[in-house]
Design a protein around this ligand. Sequence first.
Ligand SMILES: Nc1ncnc2c1ncn2[C@@H]1O[C@H](COP(=O)(O)OP(=O)(O)O)[C@@H](O)[C@H]1O
Ligand SMILES: [Mg+2]
Length: 410
Amino acid sequence: MSNLAVNLALGLTEKSGVSRLTLTDFRNYAHLRINANLAPVIITGENGTGKTNILEAISFLTPGRGMRGARLADIKRITPALVTDEYSPTEIAAVNWAVSATVVKNNDETEIGTAVEKSAREEEDDIRSFDRRIVKINGQKTTSQSELGKYISAIWLTPQMDRLFRGGSQPRRSFLDRLVYAFDVEHAKRTANFEHLYKEWYQLLKNNGATGGRIDHGWLDSLEENMAGLGVAIAAARRELIARLNTFIEHEPDDVFPNVMLELDGSIEKLLDSMPAIDVEDHYRQKLCSQRRNVLYNDYVDGVNRTDFKVYYRRKHMPAELCSTGEQKSLLISIILAQTKCQTLDKGFSPVLLLDEVVAHLDDIKREALLEKIRELGIQAWITSTDAGLFKSLANDAQFLTVKNNAVFG
Ligand SMILES: Nc1ncnc2c1ncn2[C@@H]1O[C@H](COP(=O)(O)OP(=O)(O)O)[C@@H](O)[C@H]1O
Ligand SMILES: [Mg+2]
């Protein structure tokens, strides 16, 4: 499809996004309600006023731990009154947080609510309580967070992601997996289930090594079989996304946001190049079995939990980790824009962009190019900044909000 055709097709798509956002005891907000337009929403305010917290709340409308990867217990509002000499964790625990929203997908409205709930778990003759995130869709409690993917999808860019290409592979892997959710809502469930089974398998081996007790081989075998099945499905979905995005990007203009080339570096993904999935599954199961000792000796267990997501600056054939900080940011923006377009064209609904302090670090040309692209795409993008003056070009297109004293002014 030519670029003009892509833009035309995108322009015709109906709007999606968050039209109402309500926070209760969430971070610094006791109560906050925002009625938002399905357009760019610019949030400005001084440092520490609660701009990022609003974006984080929106990220909780998608599966996972939100854009800060926070512990659920850290999110509930800590009030000054509670942080005194009489500070008691139980008192804080009584304050619960919730995010509720009206989300729009191609003109259809859905009510989404998420909150934490205290649950009890029996553990070695002890009852422990723990926090669990619950999700309600149109008032009905759902068993799986992945259901959220049917109503809203979000992509975020945060200052922490400036180091995405330089550190360990885990944040790159979750970035990639979140991109996959948009095309395959089951992917969120599969990755969560895999992680759960992996922990169980790991603990079983670790505890057994420590006590020298008899190991339940039947249980291990069954965990490995399930992990292999899920793992191959995870690998296949990742491969599909990478292929889809690479094909899409080939036809994209290579402008101030340089085109990328994406690659997967993972043993299970690689096997899918040369073998049918059913054989890879078998292979993976054996691989897990042969790695049981690794849990005790060197802690290295290979598989889809180790896959890396490699990004290259296409024109320069340069791995992203060797690019300058500014180039790395541009490459990330490039991926996000490609995903947004690709998703809007293929799935018929656009993601919400959460851009935390992104524009402050771009030069004038790049900033204006990004704002123009967002305007052209007609999507909802929540953008934070300390400087409202940077958004003059969106004066007629965006909604401007200011954050002050734990409240938002329109
Ligand atoms: N659980 C919490 N309860 C109350 N306030 C919190 C909580 N967690 C973070 N905060 C406060 O939120 C503020 C940071 O908000 P943030 O959205 O990151 O600011 P910014 O506007 O700079 O993006 C800090 O002042 C911090 O103390
Ligand atoms: Mg911030």
